[in-house]
Ligand binder design. Structure first.
Ligand SMILES: C=C(O[C@@H]1C=C(C(=O)O)C=C[C@H]1O)C(=O)O
Length: 408
């Protein structure tokens, strides 16, 4: 670890501050200067990372992972419209438990913005703030759509053979508590959902998003490419050991469709050597899902561009859109009545610690100044019951809602 001398970049010992104070001051300083900031914690890890870009978001036509600098990728559900957005890591802090383990000024030349950011950070640390401000789009979201009727329509379309599975979503808007602090919420997410990808992203262009997603879209660590098929939802029951969870035919089929979709992507690019594990029951907060993992050795298969190619083929998977893709996307844009924005898009760190980890943006919310919009969907098949799918979206909302409004 390139410890001390890099931590010294702030000209004083950051170890005097808690990680909450440092994260708050960095978010506030990014806000003050109109700069993009991302904070995250990978599943089953202690390390929290924070990056700030000294330039505006970069729009990427194609996500060429091997040539991208260190940064954070975020893309909306309807990717063709706004495209992939990239937050370049010009400033990077990482924390393990309470210790700053790395602080680095990645940008090679000291720009005026970079200098201004560090000056501002020192200023904000010396005069601590209670909670940071963040970018807010104050977006109006139509939450009036009758979700149960939408599920019924989905079932009718499936029965008439238009498609096999579709994932309609809905949004709910809530007033934020008066003393809402995104940093303490982020810390609670990290603590409560240890096997989720916990994140906070705030930029002038996309506003502020937070979440605790259980779904990996793809990752590359050393030479191993990984993706998962995640679907089927049940409430976690503390009385039943996870491995003894019983799944209904409907849920098994729903998840098998996602697996089949991933395998069809591999087939399209003539990739035959992959390792498949599962389906197994996987816990996500208070919910359980069925999960199959796929791994490919990109060196052995001589396929370095696999993550780039698979990103384009996979998104949106049938876990968030449906099967087949074209018909279900058409149905959703016609009847869902919701701008999903970054919900069910994808996001995650790129080329940090020589790894890339991109997740499907689920169990997430867009945060405005006084309100928050939560998004959730449910996989509908022929055997779905509208009331049950509605309750499933409520349970998914609860992932974050329970932490924003803890029962007193
Ligand atoms: C669509 C969501 O979740 C997806 C849909 C699932 C399902 O239909 O059972 C389960 C996990 C996710 O792949 C969501 O959380 O909003």
């Amino acid at each position: 670890m390139k410890e001390r001398e890099e931590v010294e970049l702030l000209n004083f010992d950051v170890k005097h501050f808690t990680k909450e104070a440092l994260i708050s001051a960095a978010i506030q300083s990014a806000f003050d200067l109109g700069l993009p900031v991302a904070v995250w914690r990978l599943p089953n890890q202690n390390e929290i990372n924070l990056i700030v870009s000294f330039t505006a978001l970069q729009q990427l036509q194609r996500v060429e992972f091997p040539t991208l600098p260190k940064g954070f990728l975020i893309a909306p559900f309807e990717n063709d419209k706004k495209g992939n957005q990239f937050i370049k890591a010009d400033f990077h802090l990482s924390f393990d438990f309470d210790e700053v383990i790395e602080g680095s000024d990645i940008s090679s030349d000291e720009t005026a913005t970079g200098k201004a950011f560090k000056t501002q950070l020192i200023e904000r640390l010396s005069n601590p703030i209670e909670k940071p401000e963040y970018f807010s789009l104050e977006k109006a979201v139509d939450t009036s759509v009758d979700y149960k009727a939408l599920v019924q329509k989905s079932i009718d379309y499936i029965k008439s053979g238009v498609f096999e599975k579709v994932v309609p979503a809905r949004a709910a808007q809530f007033q934020l508590p008066q003393h809402f602090d995104p940093v303490s919420l982020f810390m609670n997410i990290c603590q409560e959902y240890t096997n989720a990808f916990a994140y906070f992203v705030s930029t002038p262009e996309i506003g502020t998003w937070m979440g605790a997603t259980p779904e990996l879209l793809l990752s590359k660590q050393q030479n191993i490419f990984k993706t998962v098929a995640l679907a089927g939802t049940k409430r976690f029951d503390t009385e039943t050991p996870i491995e003894e969870t019983a799944w209904l035919q409907k849920e098994i089929e729903e998840q098998a469709l996602v697996s089949r979709y991933i395998i069809s992507c591999f087939k399209k690019i003539r990739l035959r050597e992959f390792e498949e594990r599962g389906p197994r029951t996987s816990k996500a907060g208070n919910l359980l899902h069925l999960k199959t993992t796929y791994e490919v050795d990109v060196e052995a298969t001589n396929f370095p561009e696999l993550p780039t190619v698979m990103l384009e083929l996979l998104h949106p998977t049938s876990a968030v859109a449906g099967m087949p893709k074209t018909e279900t996307l058409q149905f959703l844009s016609e009847y869902e009545g919701l701008d999903r924005a970054y919900y069910s898009g994808f996001l995650g760190p790129v080329n940090l610690d020589e790894q890339t980890n991109i997740f499907v943006n689920l169990r997430c919310m867009q945060v405005d100044k006084h309100t928050t919009t939560l998004y959730a969907g449910a996989g509908v098949t022929e055997d779905s019951v509208p009331e049950k799918e509605y309750l499933e979206t409520e349970m998914k909302f609860n992932t974050l809602r329970n932490l924003i409004y803890p029962a007193s």
